[in-house]
Design a protein around this ligand. Structure first.
Ligand code: HEC
Ligand code: HEC
Length: 335
């Protein structure tokens, strides 16, 4: 794997040209050969009506979906306070107080990933949404009928009827998941790097461009590329130097195949400075730590302080500028 991977990366490095002397346009061209702007809409959103999206938004913030009314999706994927889409805990804490196994990834841009969860065990956002509802370490609901009852007693019938006009009894788990997915499909972030990729060459400054080139030259782009700088592949954590925490086997827990041991979905790096702590186990408290660690475990290199800082400066361009409006009408953001 390492060999194959180096053989892909080396020509890239050659292409990029490790020495100085980049012109404005060549940096931009190099960037466009690895990254692309975020799409204006997510795949699958074509049929999402505004009634479906606003139902999904209401459900996303609905604490009645947890056993003791203490938690909503937003508790662990916060779009409200700091708009990060995470809870900033090493591992999430469920409605009943138990600590989960993994760090909560952000819901921003999640629908652009190849699959959901660190181990990819849900293919789509709609499939994913059913897991937290019934996970005892998350919302801990005990049955589908309990969820349906809660939604009826909270007066959701009209909202569901509007979102699913053809159904006579529209409140069910499938439709709940569909609505949650539709809302999350609107969560496409907006940042300066995107403006840069779209053609505004001054959207990021000179030191951010230098950081971008460090990120490319060091080989981070081998895994973190495309529109969300990740989200498209599963890679072993510790591909060069083993990762110390061996507890979580990642994708192998889903496939049962030992060849998938310690494979995790390559996370998106959009808005990365706002989603600490990092990694599936939340072990890296700071971005500096995460950059150093990935350099070592994924590339076998010791990045010096200046390189780490330069990459961090580039990450500034990925800060999300979009805010979810929480108005009384629950007006969806991207429609
Ligand atoms: C108790 C905290 C908690 C709650 C409540 C919660 N989640 Fe999560 N969520 C997590 C954690 C932790 C993960 C990662 C788990 C894993 O990968 O095994 C996750 C993963 C996800 C992902 C996958 C993102 C990715 O990049 O792979 C999505 C999407 C998501 N949650 C949406 C939701 C929705 C929708 C709800 C409400 C129905 C919800 N979550 C409720 C903690 C929570
Ligand atoms: C071989 C593929 C690969 C390469 C190369 C790689 N990464 Fe990653 N990166 C991953 C994987 C897989 C994870 C998730 C690991 C985990 O959580 O255990 C990750 C996680 C991260 C995270 C934490 C994200 C989060 O939300 O928790 C950051 C930051 C990061 N990488 C930055 C970098 C930087 C900077 C470089 C270059 C120095 C780099 N990566 C090189 C695959 C790679």
């Amino acid at each position: 794997m390492t060999k194959y991977y180096l053989s892909t990366i080396l020509p890239l490095l050659y292409f990029v040209g490790i020495s100085q002397g980049y012109t404005q346009s060549s940096t931009h061209e190099v960037a466009l050969s690895f990254f692309e702007p975020l799409p204006p809409v997510m795949k699958g959103a074509e049929q999402d009506t505004s009634a479906l999206i606003s139902l999904g938004k209401k459900l996303y913030f609905e604490t009645a979906l947890s056993i003791n009314h203490s938690q909503s999706c937003n508790t662990c994927h916060d779009l409200n306070n700091d708009a990060s889409g995470v809870d900033h805990l090493r591992a999430s804490i469920g409605a009943l107080g138990s600590v989960g196994e993994r760090n909560a990834p952000t819901t921003w841009n999640a629908g652009l990933h190849v699959a959901q969860f660190w181990d990819g065990r849900a293919k789509t956002l709609a499939q994913q949404a059913k897991f937290p509802l019934f996970n005892v370490k998350e919302m801990a609901m005990t049955s589908e009928s309990q969820v349906i009852e809660r939604l009826h007693s909270k007066g959701y019938l009209a909202n569901f009827k509007e979102a699913f006009p053809k159904k006579s009894s529209p409140i069910n788990i499938e439709n709940t998941s569909q609505a949650l997915a539709a809302f999350q499909r609107t969560l496409i972030s907006k940042d300066r790097f995107d403006d840069y990729l779209a053609g505004d060459r001054n959207a990021i400054n000179q030191s951010e461009k230098s950081g971008l080139l460090v990120f490319i030259e060091k080989g981070c782009v081998a895994c973190h590329n495309g529109a969300v700088l990740g989200g498209q592949l599963f890679m072993k954590m510790g591909i060069v130097h083993p990762y110390p925490n061996k507890k979580d086997k990642g994708k192998a827990q889903v496939t049962g195949n030992p060849a998938d041991n310690y494979f995790f979905k390559v996370p998106s790096l959009r808005n990365i400075l706002n989603t600490a702590p990092y990694f599936h186990d939340g072990a890296a408290a700071t971005i500096e730590q995460a950059i150093e660690d990935t350099g070592w475990h994924q590339l076998g290199i010791k990045l010096n302080k200046q390189e780490v800082n330069s990459i961090k400066v580039f990450f500034n361009t990925l800060n999300n500028q979009k805010i979810i409006e929480m108005g009384p009408k629950n007006k969806p953001e991207n429609k």
